[in-house]
Design a protein around this ligand. Structure first.
Ligand code: NAP
Length: 297
């Protein structure tokens, strides 16, 4: 049994913390809005009143926070000077690769170990413990973390040194955003032709156009049900990570840049809190609006 402090019990962190608990570990959770600790406590875990309280007795500290500044703040204010020497920090958040590398160096300066372990698979993957986890860090730390990663994930791959997990995750977000945008365009196109949309989605799913994105997002688009899921705000953050990392490497991502603008437009229209499937709405509006993208389908 490992004593785990889990910080960030949102859409992803909540179910992940509960899976670690039900696998037999001792889990203490902290969430900025305290009411989100309730499901963990109801399942037999503990709630901490601060990050430091979750961190101080932990062998492993797990983080599942939105963005680079959040991870940096939580580490600086509640973990680096509090955690026991040798504590292993697993950062499941999606943040900038360069920040992940810097934070791992800072953790090491405090006698701690830190790996980046961003995930893919969405809310469904978190709830079903079927996440894909791309892990960056020292071999020994990743080996030690693996039994815990295997509890929340189905595909766990050590992809390189510190920061490498975040680089692979940035590529993941590029692919997902492009897929969602093209699926949305295809559905708007099909609707304009009066196609039988459920039938079209069924047959598309069986061919080369089939994808995890189609499986998880097509019905949400057809229903104009854009409840998150994965918020547009978070994908906007991730497209910024992709753009910066691509620039740093001297490569171009022209399709990604276009999709990033569609994500930004969705956010600018006030829909940052909707699921990223709401790209369907934006793309529908570019064609003058459609029955389903207006929410009337
Ligand atoms: P979320 O539901 O918004 O959860 C984030 C949690 O972090 C919330 O509980 C929030 O507390 C807490 N938090 C935010 N800022 C904080 C701060 N500065 N200090 C302390 N706590 C803070 O987000 P999520 O969807 O679980 O996403 C978490 C991470 O996973 C992100 O990096 C995202 O890109 C990544 N991710 C998400 C998905 C997905 O499908 N949702 C899939 C793969 C990866 P409050 O409750 O007070 O807001």
């Amino acid at each position: 049994m490992t004593t785990i402090g889990f910080v960030g019990l949102g859409i992803m962190g909540g179910p992940m913390a509960r899976h670690l608990l039900t696998a037999g570990h001792d889990v203490t959770g902290f969430n900025r809005s305290p009411e989100k600790t309730r499901p963990l406590v109801d399942a037999g875990g503990r709630a901490a009143g601060s990050v430091a309280e979750a961190a101080e007795n932990a062998d492993v500290i797990a983080l599942m926070l939105p963005d680079s500044p959040d991870v940096e703040t939580v580490l600086t204010d509640g973990i680096l000077d509090v955690a026991k020497p040798g504590t292993l920090i697993i950062d499941f958040s999606t943040i900038r690769p360069d920040v992940a590398k810097d934070l791992a160096t800072r953790a090491a300066e405090h006698g701690l170990r830190m790996i980046d372990a961003p995930v893919s698979g969405g809310q469904t993957g978190a709830e079903n413990a079927t996440l894909s986890i791309m892990v960056g860090g020292h071999h020994d730390d990743v080996t030690e973390a693996r039994p815990l990663l295997d509890i929340v994930g189905k595909t766990v791959v050590h992809v390189g040194p510190s920061g490498a997990g975040q680089t692979v995750k940035a590529a993941n977000q590029l692919i997902v955003a492009g897929n969602i945008a093209l699926l949305a365009e295809a559905l708007v196109f099909l609707e304009a032709h009066g196609a039988d949309l459920p039938a079209a989605v069924e047959v598309l799913g069986g061919g080369l156009a089939g994808s995890a994105v189609l499986n998880q997002k097509a019905q949400k688009m057809l229903d104009a049900d854009y409840t998150p899921g994965f918020r547009i705000d978070l994908h906007h953050k991730d497209m910024g990570i992709v753009a910066d990392a691509a620039r740093a490497a001297g490569v171009v991502t022209p399709v990604g840049a276009l999709v990033a603008q569609l994500v930004a437009a969705t956010r600018a229209a006030g829909h940052g809190g909707l699921d990223h499937s709401a790209l369907h709405r934006t793309i529908g509006e570019l064609s003058g609006g459609t029955r389903s993208t207006d929410g009337a389908g």
